[in-house]
Design a protein around this ligand. Structure first.
Ligand SMILES: Cc1cc2nc3c(=O)[nH]c(=O)nc-3n(C[C@H](O)[C@H](O)[C@H](O)COP(=O)(O)OP(=O)(O)OC[C@H]3O[C@@H](n4cnc5c(N)ncnc54)[C@H](O)[C@@H]3O)c2cc1C
Ligand code: FES
Length: 268
């Protein structure tokens, strides 16, 4: 077993170096930087994060490898995510990975539509900031993002910077309130407002949202193999051994979490 294979099984011990509130039930947590020679990641990959004594779970990498930071965005769901959120700066977590495949940027077209729903936006933040940092390598880039309410929107303070990098950003909420002057409705309702030539798409969110966005994009001329979706499944091992993460015949932990939509749409 070489060093990389060992890292599939043995967690790094990493210190929490910063914690920021993102919404009332989610935090952006910055972790101690790992050796870049051993820990190289791509947008769309995830890590297995453990709280010692509680267990571990898969968490998307929310930062971009183009920056000197390793971040995760955690929403309180159960025992382990609560354990991570109740940790303090200076506490140590376990990290295995990076796991999974990430977005296939070498095969994606230069015009990219990024569509996110709810907390799935964390993995797309990695991709958006990667594109913002390598802007000259991409063409027309647009982001369509929706959350339940204004209070549930992730990373609001970053939208302006993305726009200044020449990325179109459109946001919607399911339920508006008095302070909200933006769009109310599904993410699909944003697609007609954005200038999006048929290129590649990166989608992460609940299956119903993935299916409706993909259907609308195909009406707009996107080709099935150019639509990529990031999926969440319950996982145990993260390395293809336990079969907890199967979707049809596919291991989400190894073959995914990013799939070409045409490979998985029959299972969504
Ligand atoms: C690739 C990937 C990336 C992810 N990225 C993030 C991320 O960036 N941030 C984040 O906060 N979370 C992320 N998740 C989700 C997170 O891993 C899960 O919510 C995990 O179960 C949380 O563990 P927990 O102990 O806190 O909660 P759990 O105790 O696991 O409970 C979480 C919820 O899932 C339900 N549940 C638990 N087990 C099952 C099961 N086998 N079948 C159906 N429902 C079940 C529970 O009833 C509960 O409602 C990601 C998951 C995947 C697969
Ligand atoms: S999580 Fe164990 S096989 Fe995928």
């Amino acid at each position: 077993m070489d060093g990389r294979e060992m890292r599939d099984y043995i967690p790094y011990q990493v210190e929490i170096v910063d914690i920021d509130r993102v919404t009332s039930d989610s935090y952006l947590i910055s972790l101690q930087i790992l050796d870049r020679e051993v820990f190289r990641y791509r947008p769309g990959q995830f890590i297995m994060v453990s709280v010692f004594g509680l267990g571990e779970c898969p968490i998307s990498i929310a930062s971009t490898p183009t920056r000197n930071t390793l971040q995760i965005c955690i929403r309180r769901a159960g025992k382990i995510t609560s354990g991570i959120m109740d940790s303090m700066i200076g506490d140590v977590l376990g990290v295995r990975g990076p796991c999974g495949n990430g977005f296939p940027l070498d095969f994606m077209k230069k015009d990219i539509l990024i569509a996110g729903g709810g907390s799935g936006f964390a993995t797309l933040r990695s991709l958006i900031n990667f594109i913002a940092d390598r802007r000259e390598q991409f063409g027309n880039v647009a982001v369509a993002y929706g959350a339940r309410t204004r209070q549930d929107l992730y990373f609001m303070q970053e939208y302006k910077g993305w726009q200044m990098a020449g990325i179109q950003v459109a946001v919607t909420v399911d339920v508006g309130d008095q302070g909200w002057t933006g769009n109310v409705g599904m993410v699909t309702s944003l697609l007609d407002r954005l200038e999006i030539p048929p290129g590649s798409a990166a989608i992460c969110g609940p299956p119903v949202m993935i299916n409706s966005v993909a259907a609308r994009l195909m009406e707009k001329g996107f080709q099935l193999p150019d639509i990529f979706v990031s999926l969440e499944r319950h996982m145990k091992c993260g390395v293809g051994k336990c079969e907890h993460c199967m979707i049809g015949p596919h291991h989400v932990c190894m073959e995914g979490p990013v799939f070409s939509y045409d490979r998985v749409r029959q299972y969504l």
